[in-house]
Design a protein around this ligand. Structure first.
Ligand code: SF4
Length: 63
């Protein structure tokens, strides 16, 4: 995969949308924020639609 999603930990409010929609890509860290643990857990299209576009605070980005 060329692109990899990452979560801006400062902005994440821990709503759980990305973790619930794509549990093979995102999980919660000990501080209650989401993080990407497997960028290959789903397709770029699904990550865009189900996580990046859904995040209420727009804190998931491609790097
Ligand atoms: S959708 Fe956004 S705010 Fe919600 S847990 Fe995921 S990264 Fe955090």
């Amino acid at each position: 995969m060329e692109k990899e999603p990452f979560v801006d930990q400062e902005m994440c409010i821990g709503c759980g949308i990305c973790v619930n929609n794509l549990p093979d890509v995102f999980h919660f860290t000990a501080n209650g924020k989401a993080a990407c643990f497997d960028p290959n857990g789903d397709t770029e299209e699904e990550i865009q639609l189900q996580a990046i576009d859904m995040c209420p605070v727009t804190c998931i980005h491609w790097k």
